[in-house]
Design a protein around this ligand. Structure first.
Ligand code: NAP
Length: 496
């Protein structure tokens, strides 16, 4: 990381500002960012984190092979570049260490209450009353919920799972006491997590069974290491590093961002071609057939891997495509009658993605409950504000750009936008701010309309789709996201 030119833990309130107390919920990538930025504006900040360390998803996920398939230098705060990333895409533990280092460098450890789960937030008289499971209560002028998206494991119920005599756990709850070498390992799922697990575990397992319900498109990408000389150059020449970030960013945005919102785009055709060429490298035609998806590339989140097809073609790897019928004490029974005996069963079955700040009880103006407002699915104007929940802001909230983007950059745009809304409170222009119901409706109508042209609605099932089958993500262009985030349209906000 670049060395600190000044004391980053120091805060300096502007003279004449109304003092603001802010709560940040979550100490992952978004929460650390929010805390740094709110403090830079002179606010008094408390971070509540139910876990016992920084890093959010990078603290919770510790599975073998964990990595980020977004390029490391782009998946980095713009104000805390890290010239020392080892390769194009970083490994999970290095990412967790990075967020931990940044948090400490900016003094966020001193203002974080670890092991404190926020269980309720109630709004009254222009303040939020916050309560934690550890029975700590406090009041705040503003709350930033940086609670993450991929957080609550989706654990499907398989008949007989309780009878399994081996070890069974979700990929985000890895049991590191369980030995892996020379064992019979089964993994359920074929998402990004399962692909990384396959690449890491096939070389170690005696036998590796991958239980696939739906085949995935895999975009090939080799993880190129940075040399010592390159890292030294990035350290000495920050402008060269910025140039690299611009290049990495442009590559993804020009290709992926344009592809997902326009099914007729040449960019999507190019992605499909690359995925198909990659699939063609699978030598056995029968295995290739079973790995071939029956929907368009990028409809589900693209798996990005230069190693998955190699792993699944090894002699000790077995792709199981018959549906799981049930779990028995010694393994998995599939609907074709076959039995797969296992020592370890890993559920790489994804997450419940419609939770956001919940299960925290959130009660806004006039006693309105967020659970009721979100009964049909979570919605937030520009993904940051909900009508009648004043001074509550969401980072990487509902309808945010997700997928193969840098969520760090996304969160940075959002926090700058949120800070502008909070500035009005600081400067005494208003005491509360939340989006108007009309602006919320208009945004949601536009978003659903734009969704019709996206690749996400072309006939696959994925975690991008909500209960209604509408993509829960940002369905406009990434340019529009950046334009919207540049400055709030105050006529869309109810200020009092
Ligand atoms: P996921 O993409 O939601 O995949 C879950 C997998 O489990 C799917 O293959 C799904 O099959 C399968 N599954 C779920 N329930 C099942 C059931 N009852 N029976 C059989 N199969 C079942 O989850 P994930 O792989 O953990 O990834 C989640 C997200 O995390 C990714 O999309 C990505 O955003 C993020 N992630 C990112 C990285 C990275 O490198 N940046 C790495 C890992 C994860 P169906 O497809 O048939 O539903």
């Amino acid at each position: 990381m670049n060395s600190a030119p000044h004391d980053k833990t120091r805060i300096q309130p502007e003279v004449g500002d109304r003092p603001i107390r802010a709560a940040v919920i979550g100490a992952g990538m978004g929460g650390i960012l929010a805390a740094i930025k709110l403090r830079e504006r002179g606010m008094q900040v408390v971070v509540f984190e139910k876990g016992h360390g920084f890093g959010g998803t990078w603290r919770e996920n510790t599975y073998p092979g964990l990595a980020c398939d977004v390029s490391a230098h782009w998946y980095t705060y713009s104000f805390a570049r890290n010239p020392d990333w080892k390769s194009l895409m970083a490994e999970g533990p290095d990412i967790r260490d990075y967020f931990d280092r940044v948090a400490r460098e900016y003094g966020i450890d001193a203002i974080t209450r670890f092991g404190e789960e926020v269980i309720s937030l109630r709004y009254a008289d222009s303040v939020w009353n916050l309560q934690t499971a550890a029975d700590h209560g406090d009041t705040f002028d503003v709350v930033v919920a940086a609670t993450g998206v991929l957080h609550h494991p989706n654990i499907p119920h398989f008949e007989g799972i309780e009878s399994f005599e081996g070890d069974v756990f979700h990929s985000a709850r890895w049991d590191h006491d369980v030995p892996l070498d020379d064992r019979r390992i089964g993994v359920v799922g074929t998402g990004s997590t399962a692909a990384q697990l396959a690449s890491a575990l096939v070389p170690r397992a005696r036998r590796f069974d991958l239980f696939q319900r739906t085949a995935q498109w895999v975009l090939p990408r080799q993880n190129v290491p940075y040399s010592d000389e390159e890292r030294a150059r990035f350290r000495e020449n920050p402008e060269e590093l910025e140039e690299l970030v611009r290049e990495l960013r442009a590559k993804t945005l020009e290709g992926y961002a344009a592809a997902v919102i326009d099914v007729d785009s040449p960019e999507l055709a190019a992605i499909e071609r690359l995925c198909r060429e990659n699939l063609d490298t699978v030598r056995d035609p029968e295995l290739r057939r079973r790995l071939t998806p029956d929907y368009r590339a990028a409809c589900k989140r693209l798996v990005i891997s230069g190693t998955f097809y190699d792993a699944i073609q090894r002699p000790n790897a077995n792709l199981v495509t018959a549906p799981i019928q049930g779990i028995e004490p010694e393994g998995v029974r599939t609907a074709d009658g076959a039995f797969h005996d296992l020592d370890i069963l890993v559920l790489a079955t994804g997450f419940l993605v419609d939770r956001f700040i919940r299960p925290t009880t959130v009660v806004g103006r006039g006693g309105i409950s967020l659970d009721d407002v979100w009964a049909e699915g979570p919605q937030a104007y520009l993904s940051v504000s909900v009508p009648d929940f004043p001074n509550l802001f969401l980072l990487n909230g509902p309808n945010s750009p997700i997928g193969n983007f840098s969520l760090v950059e996304v969160a940075q745009h959002q926090i700058e936008y949120i800070l502008q809304l909070i500035d009005g409170i600081r400067h005494g222009e208003y005491a509360e701010v939340s989006v108007t119901p009309a602006a919320m409706r208009r945004f949601e109508d536009d978003r659903c309309e734009a969704a019709r042209k996206t690749v996400w609605v072309t006939g696959c099932d994925s975690w991008y789709l909500d209960k209604r089958g509408v993509p829960a993500s940002w369905t406009f262009s990434y340019d529009r996201f950046e334009e919207e985030m540049a400055r709030p349209r105050m006529e869309d906000f109810d200020t009092r």
